[in-house]
Write a protein that binds this ligand. Structure first.
Ligand SMILES: [Zn+2]
Length: 204
């Protein structure tokens, strides 16, 4: 009789184990199709010996509060100032001084969100002011900031953490998904306004 009583929860657990990963994978696939989510950006980091490549992709909403092309002088100034901040990579994403990192190259650009069909661009641009919703699958007129960085670190084993002053600079930014690739493998992290650090101890 005991097995009878235990079987229902047991089956429920199996069903959850089968269904949940599928649901999570669907969500992941959805994001990879290019629907950006306001407040949520991506930071890819690849560490290879002493060189660190970083790529930041963030909705314009997170950085300057709008995503249409800057038209007024005030908007252009906001974009220019944001670019200047993002160029200071070691201030926006500080690493321990002991890692002895210097900036080898920086490129910060504003670009239209990728993976979209160009055909209905104009129609969607007309709605660019409507930004109340969080997700924009298939919408056009959602510019994003795209920054790429190369760091050279003399002592990469001291790279035990990354700070995210990023959230202090950009009020619309809530979270970053950090994808890290090192010689020890691949991992993903969620860094947020309430937890603005990434612990890398043991990974370098
Ligand atoms: Zn958007």
């Amino acid at each position: 009789m005991r097995t009878h009583f235990h079987s229902a929860p047991f089956i429920a657990a199996i069903v959850l184990a089968v269904v949940l990963p599928t649901a999570l994978m669907a969500e992941e696939g959805h994001r990879e199709l290019g629907a950006h989510v306001h407040g949520h950006g991506t930071l890819n980091i690849a560490v290879e010996d002493k060189s660190i490549s970083m790529e930041l992709e963030v909705p314009g909403m997170d950085i300057v509060g709008f995503e249409h092309a800057a038209t007024s002088d005030a908007q252009k100034q906001m974009v220019d100032e944001a670019k200047m901040i993002l160029q200071r990579v070691l201030e926006v994403f500080p690493v321990p001084a002991a890692a002895e990192c210097t900036v080898a190259s920086v490129d910060v650009a504003v670009e239209a969100e990728r993976h979209h069909d160009e055909d209905d661009h104009d129609a969607k641009d007309a709605k660019a002011g409507d930004h109340d919703h969080d997700s924009h699958e298939g919408h056009e007129g959602h510019n994003q900031f795209h920054a790429t960085y190369e760091l050279a670190c003399s002592n990469p084993s001291a790279l035990t953490s990354i700070g995210f002053n990023y959230f202090k600079h950009f009020a619309g930014a809530q979270a970053l998904t950090v994808n890290l690739v090192t010689s020890k493998g691949q991992s993903s992290y969620e860094v947020s306004r309430t937890k603005p650090t990434l612990d890398l101890s043991g990974l370098m």
